[in-house]
Design a binder for this molecule. Structure first.
Ligand SMILES: NC(=O)c1ccc[n+]([C@@H]2O[C@H](COP(=O)([O-])OP(=O)(O)OC[C@H]3O[C@@H](n4cnc5c(N)ncnc54)[C@H](O)[C@@H]3O)[C@@H](O)[C@H]2O)c1
Length: 507
């Protein structure tokens, strides 16, 4: 038996169980079930056992339903977390309920039943009973475990859930459409189990409306999965942090695996792994995951997107910030291979991402957003950066072409940054010094990089209309706007975040 478990650990210890009384065994079982988050998420599910006990009033044997009360967690629950109720009195409540003309799903009678459970309390146990009590009482099994297993949730949350339940379990598991917990759900489950005595187990997906109402409002990007390509450095890294603050799950992608993983780790360290995270391999991911990918290679993009599907089941939006700047030599010349590399990353890379992701978007049938990164240089002709500037001009037009191609499901826009010196790998110390010299700004070789960077940033700032240095955070704001619903009617456009460079105004 034990050898047949491939993915879960067989944790039941007969010796330990034998040393417990029947309620102790229920607690032992509950703690074990709650300790594997693939079986039930933190705070989710409840368990029960129908146990024969001596009635304190007359000493006769009576059946008592021990059921985990509201609140608390199965993994850590103790005897104090379980309510004990006369099983027969609970069943008798069905007569009371049937006599009410206002019975029915979400009817007044159903709500009134909740207040009646206290009348069935056995042995003065003060623990408040769960809203799921009827389900545990009305199902005939001596032991009922109501879990939230990831595997079952994935079926319940899919489009063909009913068909899939039949296909996968071949009638050994029944399908119950979602109902709020309460008396009617208990009766429905009782009915199904009476009509289908061959059912091996009954699993269903419960959302507890009342609990959800008590939750704080969802963040703006909650339940969105966003891929940030270039997340290992500079603008991409900042964007990943910005979007996760709004509740998004972030796939941090970069050519450099180490830096992609480092950004994902920073996010997970700050925000925690989250509740209910379980699974094996990449599917055991929390708010962020790091994946290496070279966007100049279609196969690498496909494999990255496939891993995203394993991790999160799909994705909503993609921000591509990956880019390269190869300076020309002093004569203004750029070697042919560097020209090709510049176009391969800055233009073809974004196109390949859109083309591969387009297949997923079509298959998913969900709305999303693609944000590419161009540059103020796309609009301003100047010396010394011919490959970069023309590649970014091509990227500007790529935004428009893709907006047409991916409509109506996906909006495609571009962010056109300028001169973000801070945090960017595009401005290593040598390039900063080169620029300071070129613009005749005073500096010494001994100055720390930070001070050189801020001198150059201020010089660039002074050339803009708004006169303040442009930071990665300024850029991240634009990506946030474009992946959110705030600019939901905008596609095929470029947002410049350049402090106001009138040379780069688009005409
Ligand atoms: N920093 C600026 O002033 C500035 C100005 C205008 C435009 N931009 C554009 O903004 C974007 C981000 O700039 P940044 O300053 O954050 O640069 P950065 O160099 O700090 O970050 C770019 C990231 O892209 C990754 N990358 C490079 N090639 C890749 C590939 N083939 N596949 C996957 N990832 C790859 C790099 O590893 C790096 O982590 C770039 O497209 C750049 O052209 C930047």
């Amino acid at each position: 038996m034990m050898n047949s478990y491939r993915f879960i650990r067989y944790a039941w210890d007969d010796k330990k169980a034998a040393s417990c009384d029947p309620v102790g065994r229920l607690i032992y079982r509950s703690n074990l079930l709650g300790s594997d988050q693939r079986i039930t998420n933190t705070g989710g599910g409840n368990t029960s056992a129908k146990i024969s006990e001596k009635d304190p009033l007359n000493g006769s044997e009576t059946e008592v339903l021990w059921v985990k009360g509201s609140g608390g967690d199965l993994r850590t629950s103790t005897r104090e977390n379980f309510s004990s109720l006369y099983q027969q009195k609970l069943l008798d409540m069905q007569l009371l309920y049937a006599s009410r003309p206002d019975r029915g799903y979400k009817g007044q009678a159903e709500d009134d039943m909740v207040g009646m459970y206290t009348h069935t309390t056995f042995n003065l146990n003060p623990r408040a009973s769960s809203i799921d009590t009827p389900l545990h009482s009305f199902l005939p099994g001596k032991h009922v475990d109501h879990m939230h297993p990831n595997a079952i949730i994935s079926i319940a949350a899919s489009h063909r859930c009913q068909e899939l339940t039949q296909e996968i379990f071949g009638g050994t598991m029944a399908y119950v459409p979602w109902m709020r917990p309460g008396f009617e759900l208990g009766l429905t489950m009782q009915d199904i189990s009476k009509k289908n005595p061959s059912l091996q187990a009954i699993e269903y997906w419960l959302l507890e409306e009342a609990k959800l109402k008590r939750m704080p409002n969802e963040k703006e990007l909650a339940r969105q999965v966003i891929i940030v390509i270039g997340a290992g450095s500079g603008i991409g890294k900042e964007t990943a942090h910005r979007l996760v603050r709004e509740g998004a799950h972030i796939v941090c992608v970069d050519l450099n695996a180490e830096s992609a993983n480092a950004t994902a780790k920073e996010i997970t360290d700050r925000h925690g792994i989250g509740i209910g995270v379980a699974g094996s391999g990449i599917s055991r991911c929390g708010p962020a995951v790091g994946i290496a990918c070279d966007i100049t290679k279609r196969a690498s993009i496909r494999s990255m997107l496939d891993q995203v599907s394993l991790a999160y089941g799909g994705f909503d939006s993609i921000c591509v910030t990956a880019g390269i700047f190869v300076p020309s030599d002093t004569s203004g010349h750029i070697p042919d291979d560097k020209w090709a590399l510049t176009f391969a990353i800055n233009v073809t890379g974004s196109y390949l991402v859109a083309d591969e992701a387009g297949k997923n978007w079509l298959e998913q049938g969900l709305h999303g957003s693609l944000v590419l990164t161009t540059s103020a240089n796309a609009a301003v002709a100047k010396k010394g950066s011919v490959a970069y500037d023309t590649s970014k001009a091509a990227a500007n037009h790529l935004v428009r072409e893709l907006a047409i191609e991916l409509a109506p499901l996906v909006r495609v826009n571009g962010v056109a940054p300028a001169t973000v010196v801070q945090g960017s790998a595009m401005f290593p110390r040598d390039r900063v010094i080169g620029s300071l010299a070129k613009y005749r700004i005073d500096y010494t070789e001994e100055e720390p990089t930070e001070s050189l960077v801020s001198k150059l940033a201020q010089f660039y700032a002074d050339r803009t209309l708004t006169k303040s240095p442009i930071t990665p955070a300024d850029q991240a704001e634009a990506y946030f706007l474009l992946v959110s619903q705030r600019l939901s009617k905008t596609t095929g456009q470029l947002i410049s975040v350049d402090g106001g460079l009138y040379d780069a105004f688009l005409r």
